[in-house]
Design a protein around this ligand. Structure first.
Ligand code: HEM
Length: 461
């Protein structure tokens, strides 16, 4: 097998100065790291008034996410500030009793039985999109926006049980993109802690507020429609029903329900879309991997469209996904704020310090992975030697705050890869350079245009 090593940002030989790191972080969070960042276990830096620690060893990651969850459950103030206008007290940025109560009401809605139900929506939506591709005149497809359209449609049908429709879907997706590009979104980029009033007057913040309002308006309209219709098997209907069962003092308000729905919409589509876009890029550069993927699909499925029960029968397809999000974790930095003083590896962690777990570093750590920068799906196959340590691989985070939609996202991705690769090959026009964009999430820069090739009998085994 020949494996592909995608190009990655240059790694510095020496640590850049704090100011240089801030300036660089504002442009690109992946280009600030030194060679040593991929070897060290625990790092610290003082940037102006902010003390920052980076947990880069599975044992410390376990401490932060599990053992000492009570100290590190709070998201960084920068992250909270960036998302609060959009998400309010939504799950993604809340903590304490609010988080516990909101998480508690939603957890059952993501159990296997529910995901199995939602998978029917996934299969229908993916099939519709590949049918559209089959009928379109152009052989080019803009992979990143198309994966965004696919996953936005899936999450919105799951939440609301009706087609969002192209117009509304693109309105919401565009508003999310506008929001992202206009906020001070990176946990490393706001160390200077400029007081909030300056943010309020900046043009960018104004754009973020406008984008947030657009999203609120669409979601409000959809909730109104969802609550009008009875007996719907939608996630929103289940959430509303679970809320009705609560005592009035613990029930979520309408605004809190809206916040949670926006969290699910936000967290539930962009991450998966980015993962899939990276997968198509990686597979297109790895002919041997692509051949193995096709062989698995042909052998297990033939021309049958897969369903939920097939997901566990497609280990190689799953391994491609797992390896894709190892190399390109959609959430490349997880940030927390220490709520009390702590000590780790004999280092004093003062209350208020930022504690970062950086999947971009951890997933490519030289002591934890063999050929860390190379795309090798085989390392995730059942029975593979040197299976990664659970806390060295955290694309969905870990511990009590682990991604609520982890199973949903995995099933959705495996089905998407399988159904698309059954019908098409996606190839990258020669000479295309694929760069990355790293804001709140990590995605390919631009639209990632690729060429569609129908798979005919000769490419099927
Ligand atoms: C490949 C797909 C996905 C990836 C890689 C991913 C990754 C993550 C990560 C890393 C976090 C934790 C962030 C942090 O600690 O700062 C998170 C949280 C979350 N994710 Fe996902 N996610 C994916 C798909 C989904 C889907 C499909 C949904 C919903 C349908 C979802 C809903 C959530 C929610 C609600 C949270 C907040 C959980 C909490 O704080 O209690 N995610 N996700």
């Amino acid at each position: 097998m020949k494996y592909f090593t995608p190009p990655y940002p240059e790694r510095h030989k020496t640590k850049p100065s704090a100011i240089k790191a801030i300036l660089q972080a504002r442009q690109d969070l992946l280009s600030i790291w030194t060679e040593d960042s991929f070897r060290f276990e625990f790092m610290s830096q003082q940037i102006l008034k902010q003390k920052i620690f980076i947990a880069n060893d599975p044992r410390i990651v376990k401490d932060v996410f599990v053992t000492k969850h009570h100290i590190y459950e709070k998201k960084s103030p920068q992250m909270q500030r960036a998302l609060e206008p959009l998400l309010g007290d939504g799950l993604f940025i809340s903590d304490g009793d609010t988080w516990t109560s909101h998480r508690h009401i939603q957890t059952p809605l993501f159990h296997t039985g529910f995901v199995q139900n939602y998978s029917k929506i996934m299969v229908n939506t993916i099939t519709e999109i590949v049918d559209e591709w089959a009928n379109q005149k152009s052989s080019t497809v803009n992979v990143l926006p198309e994966m965004g359209r696919l996953t936005a449609e899936i999450i919105s049908r799951t939440l609301f049980g009706e087609n969002l429709g192209k117009e509304k879907a693109s309105k919401v997706v565009k508003a999310f993109a506008d929001y992202q590009s206009s906020i001070k979104q990176t946990p490393l980029s706001s160390f200077t802690d400029i007081p909030n009033w300056t943010d309020k007057f900046s043009i960018k913040s104004h754009m973020a507020m406008r984008a947030a309002k657009r999203i609120h308006a669409v979601v409000d309209e959809i909730i109104d429609k969802a609550s009008e219709k009875e007996n719907q098997e939608t996630l929103v209907a289940h959430l509303l029903a679970a809320n009705e069962d609560r005592e009035s003092e613990t029930a979520l308000t309408r605004e809190q329900i809206r916040n949670e729905i926006i969290v699910l919409f936000m967290a539930g589509h962009e991450t998966t879309a980015n993962s899939l876009a990276w997968v198509w890029y990686l597979v297109s550069q790895s002919p041997d991997v692509e051949a193995k993927l096709h062989a698995e699909l042909d052998e297990v499925l033939g021309d049958k469209i897969p369903d939920f029960s097939d997901v566990s029968k497609l280990p190689y397809t799953r391994a491609i996904f797992d390896e894709g999000i190892r190399l390109y974790p959609p959430v490349p930095i997880l940030s927390r704020q220490a709520s009390e003083d702590d000590v780790i590896r004999k280092k004093k962690i003062p209350k208020g310090s930022l504690m970062l777990v950086v999947p971009w570093l951890l997933h490519r750590h030289k002591k934890l992975w063999d050929q860390p920068d190379t795309f090798i799906p085989e390392r995730f196959l059942p029975g593979a030697e040197n299976k990664p340590n659970k806390f060295a691989y955290v694309p969905f985070s870990a511990g009590p705050r682990v991604c609520l939609g982890k199973s949903f996202g995995i099933v959705e991705s495996v089905l998407s890869i399988a159904i698309i690769a059954q019908r098409f090959r996606l190839t990258l026009p020669e000479g295309t350079e694929v760069l990355h964009e790293c804001r709140l999430t990590l995605r390919p820069k631009g639209n990632l245009p690729m060429t569609l090739e129908k798979r005919d009998k000769s490419t099927k085994a």
